[in-house]
Write a protein that binds this ligand. Structure first.
Ligand code: PMP
Length: 342
């Protein structure tokens, strides 16, 4: 078991957190004259800073204790907060495996933290032989592993993730933004086993609430308290908390959308497979495909000219394009447009 306190920035350990009006009195009955709110209107009151109703629902759904859940303004907020809890700017480092999600790099840069990037192997898996000299680097405070990985689409091997959890003196963040689409299981069930594990998930993908900005971190209560200690007091609006609660209450809709996306995904793959312009489709456990074409710039431009917008990933994967699975009609429009190119 790692001593988490040893990984935390000393100024964060010493920090006296802001105490909001709702921290000091959290009951729901009474005459509230404590938060300088406007007494009129429907959305005049500050939201619950700890999102209890939402967390209670998540706790039941995930089979975890409420104090192992943090809710952020999207999981991007969790990524940024993790840097601020654990990495001393200009001194500490973080580590990730590339190609991967670009915000680890941006958040690292914003926080003036060096992000070490280890290339994934040809199957986009972690190559353990590349880890040897990194294991003992005490300045690596955070390791980001995206699984399923964006933009490659694959799940990372669990045994490699556990190897890192066991062998690095670092907090390991498993970013599971796309886990609902995957065949494999979430690693949330490992948060009791590894004191250095944080698992991030989001309402932005399978739950269809990207506009709402609600993301979660699951970890032990010590790490969750640290995230709570430094977050802005009312980081998730009441409107957004309500939308997430409503989504959890309507699981049938979530399941129906998930089923449709997964069946469209199979159809899209079959259609892409038949096109000469597509040289390779990488296996995907997410709601998108990474494909390789001969000239990605030209294909991208030709699609934009036909009002079809996909994601150019050429800086991460040579001639790589990332395609999100859309509705049947959207996917058909893409395939028709690609046929016009080939
Ligand atoms: N992680 C990954 C791997 C992502 O692809 C994204 C969004 N593109 C995020 C996190 C951020 O998600 P959120 O909308 O919850 O901030």
């Amino acid at each position: 078991m790692l001593n988490i306190k040893k990984l935390v920035r000393s100024n964060i350990l010493d920090l006296q957190p802001y105490s909001s009006a709702r921290d000091e009195f959290s009951g729901s009955e009474g005459v509230f004259l404590d938060a300088n709110e406007n007494p009129y209107g429907e959305f005049n009151r500050y939201p619950d800073p700890y999102q209890k109703e939402l967390k209670q629902k998540l706790a039941v759904q995930k089979g975890v204790d409420i104090d192992t859940i943090f809710v952020g303004n999207g999981s991007d907020e969790v990524i940024d907060l993790a840097f601020r809890v654990f990495c001393d700017p200009g001194m500490d480092k973080a580590l990730t495996f590339t190609p991967t999600y670009g915000m680890y790099d941006v958040s690292a840069a914003i926080n003036n933290v060096k992000l070490l990037k280890i290339p994934l192997n040809k199957e986009f898996q972690i190559d353990r032989t590349t880890l040897d000299h990194k294991r003992d680097d005490k300045s690596i405070k955070l390791v980001f592993i995206c699984s399923p990985n964006n933009p490659t689409g694959n799940l990372m091997n669990q045994r490699d993730i556990e190897f890192i959890l066991e062998n690095f003196n670092s907090i390991v963040i498993i970013d599971e933004a796309y886990i609902d689409f995957a065949e494999g299981d979430s690693l949330i069930n490992l948060i009791d086993k590894y004191s250095n594990l944080i698992v991030c998930q989001t309402f932005s993908k399978a739950w269809g609430l990207a506009a709402a900005r609600v993301g979660m971190a699951y970890s032990n209560s010590e790490i969750i308290s640290l995230l709570n200690k430094i977050k802005p007091p009312y980081n998730v609006s009441k409107l957004n908390q309500n939308l997430a609660v409503q989504a959890l209450e309507n699981k049938a809709l979530y399941k129906a959308h998930l089923k449709r996306i997964l069946s469209e995904k199979i159809k899209l793959k079959n259609a892409l497979d038949k096109l000469d312009v597509v040289k390779k489709i990488y296996p995907s456990d997410a709601n998108f495909f990474l494909i390789e074409v001969t000239n990605a710039e030209a294909v991208y431009a030709a699609l934009v000219a036909q009002d079809i917008i996909i994601r150019k990933r050429t800086k991460l994967v040579p001639n790589g394009l990332r395609i999100t699975v859309g509705t049947a009609q959207e996917n058909q429009s893409l395939i028709t447009a690609l046929k016009n190119i080939s």
